[in-house]
Design a protein around this ligand. Structure first.
Ligand code: ZN
Ligand code: ZN
Length: 361
């Protein structure tokens, strides 16, 4: 099969790799129909995630068709159309029993990190019963890909950890795919205002269309002063950090209101300065989290019911075999106006995946 293989910082190739085989009884082999590229994949290419070994297939998001299951898999069978979760969970360890699947002792974020991932024609999914979801019939498959990672991440790490409540003033720092996912899911709680902060005008324009009430550029002027003025000097009830650099975390610390929540979502490669000299008396809560994907079922139902519409996040489509070109587009996201790129695998069966599905029924 062909796959996107990592060979150290800035070195990737679309190469021939052996087709994955069942290793454990709890495994499933899935033929990928759709996948995408995540900001985290760019962090890997930049060398920010040094544990990723040479020769690994990247990718932790996608949909597909189950081809084969081990004898220990009871919830899925060959032919099932599935959503692949970015988090692999064994369902049995202490972390899993506590609902902290991201810290599963036998899984967590492993796909495209420590084991071969989804940017390939086939992938082996360990603990398939807990790591796959049946794809709802009515949900468009491109949209389904948004549920592998970005929607649960924006919702769990941003909105739920930030305790967004009706009437709250929310600021989301970063209008990339994760920031937009937080924007979409924050609206489930009817905040009175959602201020989006980003240097990119086209990303802010998308955010305005999707429910943001104000946009603030943080590449010029004084974004903190602008937000404080906009909130009558009080600041915001919830600040969601969706970038992962010291400057954006600083904005959160400067604009948080008394009693507010700073919810960090960003992947930080450098330390930040914690301004306790200002925050110690403000009754502020600061949270961090790796997505546990405990809300995937809930989000699937909301999307199937049309209550959540993540389709606007999809800006580009490529064939899976053009993935190197897709990486170029995603690396130049601002210039290309890219949010999420859908990669479709037309090749493995020689027919369209959707046709393959209808033939199965
Ligand atoms: Zn991701
Ligand atoms: Zn576990």
């Amino acid at each position: 099969m062909k796959a996107l293989v990592f060979h150290g910082p800035d070195k990737i190739g679309w190469e021939v790799k052996p087709k994955p085989q069942l290793k454990d009884a709890t495994d499933a082999i899935v033929a990928i129909t759709k996948t995408t590229i995540c900001g985290t994949d760019l962090h890997i290419l930049h060398g920010d995630v040094p544990e990723v070994p040479d020769g690994l297939i990247l990718g932790h998001e996608g949909t597909g068709i189950v081809k084969e299951v081990g004898t220990g898999v009871s919830n899925f069978q060959a032919g099932d159309k599935v959503l692949i979760s970015c988090i692999t969970s064994c369902g049995k360890c202490e972390s899993c029993r506590n609902g902290i699947y991201s810290h599963c002792e036998n899984g967590g974020w492993v796909l495209g990190h420590t084991i071969d991932g989804t940017q390939a024609e086939f992938v082996r999914i360990p603990y398939a019963d807990f790591s796959l979801y049946h794809a709802p019939k009515l949900v468009d498959e491109d949209v389904l890909v948004m549920l592998s990672d970005i929607l649960p991440t924006g919702f769990e790490c941003g909105v739920l950890n930030g305790h967004v409540k009706p009437g709250d003033v929310v600021a989301i720092i970063g209008s990339g795919p994760i920031g937009i996912a937080a924007l979409l899911t924050a609206q489930l709680y009817s905040p009175s205002e959602i201020i989006m902060v980003d240097p990119d005008r086209s990303r802010l324009a998308v955010a305005l269309k999707l429910g943001a009430t104000k946009m603030v550029r943080n590449d010029r002027g004084d974004p903190v002063a602008e937000i404080m003025k906009n909130t009558g000097g009080k600041g915001v009830d919830v600040a969601i950090e969706a970038v992962g650099i010291p400057a954006t975390f600083d904005i959160c610390q400067e604009i948080i209101a008394n009693g507010g929540h700073i919810a960090n979502v960003g992947v930080h490669g450098k330390s930040v300065s914690l301004h306790l000299e200002k925050l110690w008396s403000k009754n502020v809560t600061i949270t961090t989290r790796l997505v546990d994907t405990v809300t995937t079922n809930l989000l699937l139902k909301m999307v199937a019911a049309g209550k959540l519409k993540p389709d606007k996040l999809i800006t580009h489509h490529y064939a899976l075999h053009d993935i190197l070109q897709a990486y170029e587009t995603f690396r130049n996201a601002a210039r290309e106006k890219a949010l999420k790129i859908i990669l479709t695998n037309w090749d493995s069966s020689g027919i369209k995946p959707d046709e393959a599905l209808s033939k199965r029924v």
